[in-house]
Design a protein around this ligand. Sequence first.
Ligand SMILES: C[S@@+](CC[C@H](N)C(=O)[O-])C[C@H]1O[C@@H](n2cnc3c(N)ncnc32)[C@H](O)[C@@H]1O
Ligand code: SF4
Length: 459
Amino acid sequence: MTLLLPLEDHFARPGEPLAGAFAERNLFPWIQRRTRPLEDGPAIAARLLAERRPGKRVAYLHIPFCANHCLFCGFYRNRSAEDSMAEYARRLEHDIAMDQAAASGPPIQAVYFGGGTPSALAAADLGRLISAVRRHLPLAPDCEITIEGRVAGFDDDKVDACLEAGANRFSIGVQTFDTGLRQRMGRKATRHEAIAFMERLRDRDRAVVVCDLIFGLPDQSMEMWGDDVMTCLSLGLDGVDLYCLTLHDKSPLALSIAKGSLPPAAGLDRMAAMYGAGLEMLDDAGWRHLNQAHWASATRERNLYNQLVKAGADCLAFGAGAGGLVAGHRYVIQPDVELYGKTIDAGTKPITVVLPPPANRPARDLVMGGLEGGRLDIARLESLTAPGFAAAIEPLLAQWAAAGLVNRRATAVTLTPAGWFWHCNLVGSLFELTDLFMDGGTASAAPSLPPSEGMRYVG
Ligand SMILES: C[S@@+](CC[C@H](N)C(=O)[O-])C[C@H]1O[C@@H](n2cnc3c(N)ncnc32)[C@H](O)[C@@H]1O
Ligand code: SF4
């Protein structure tokens, strides 16, 4: 098949690749705006979940409670309160225990307790939920079990309860170690407390410890950012995430900036420079770059959940607002905590929105999973599209290489530091060109879900 594709629309701009390859970042290339949810979606998802299919599976459990709404965050749903969290934990345990389909499929390779704030739950509830997952779901023997948390409120009893029940990975949102900036963003612990907490976790040496940092916050200087990364390096942790600030519309941060009580967030130039500086420091220190935002210092850090989800593995969802994926269909569990609880009490899993798989899903999964990990196998991409696709996109790959975004390998491309920063743009371009090529020139509609649907695919 030969087909002319509008490759020039996707060319990078000449000049400084890290700061200026494109006019803006394509933040969520996998969210397309046109597809409607399936009318009988919940029944379709329930049927697909009950079918036994080969392939790797992961599980996501959502804890939609937080002590407060941090200014930058788009994930906040409910304020934590002891009684409602205890009742929620009881219902979540029931959700896990009654899921016959989840219990009978292929092994589950990774389990992620995310939020919200799992560490806001009581120690006994954390222990019970992790135990329930291990008792009722067919976990792989080396299953990665992650608990997401924050420093404030994550006491030693809770950490012990998680470890005793079998958690083997903690992902801790530090965001920044700068006390003043932390507190302006709604974080309660000081630098000293955050460091002491991470040291205590590290010194137990019983689980992988990962630290989340955000760059581009208002008032965050290059020096503060350098210190954040350096502090992380000096703590001897197993992994780190460097997240570029997403300024969510209507977030407390966007509102504070709009009314002038905080200065603007960093612009694209500054974001790029911060990412580049962080990448260089971690690379210099010998950390492995596992995906766009994630580095590991130790072999025991695999980042398995994120890697499998990005490559399109089935994701079983539990809890109010959790997002799942089954045979390429994205689905969302009822986000209202009360409604979720009542439906679970009645013995039914409250699946709400379900979207059909995108067009050309195997090729998309390869592009997404591959570029997320820094390498895309072009020969394999051709095998998942149609003969002639590699030749059709060859001038684009050559242009990206000349612009400093990718390196050419025998049958693949790998990302340069600038390519890592712009990887979502490259993913979006290849999605669009794949659809055009396969449709013989007409872009196809693909599923959409607003990022606010509580979907937690991105760690
Ligand atoms: C779902 S949040 C939960 C984290 C945990 N509750 C906490 O408070 O640290 C997971 C991570 O997403 C990142 N994150 C949240 N909002 C973000 C934003 N607006 N831009 C970039 N990263 C963000 C943070 O680094 C955070 O640790
Ligand atoms: S950063 Fe964590 S604690 Fe803060 S609002 Fe978001 S999910 Fe909740």
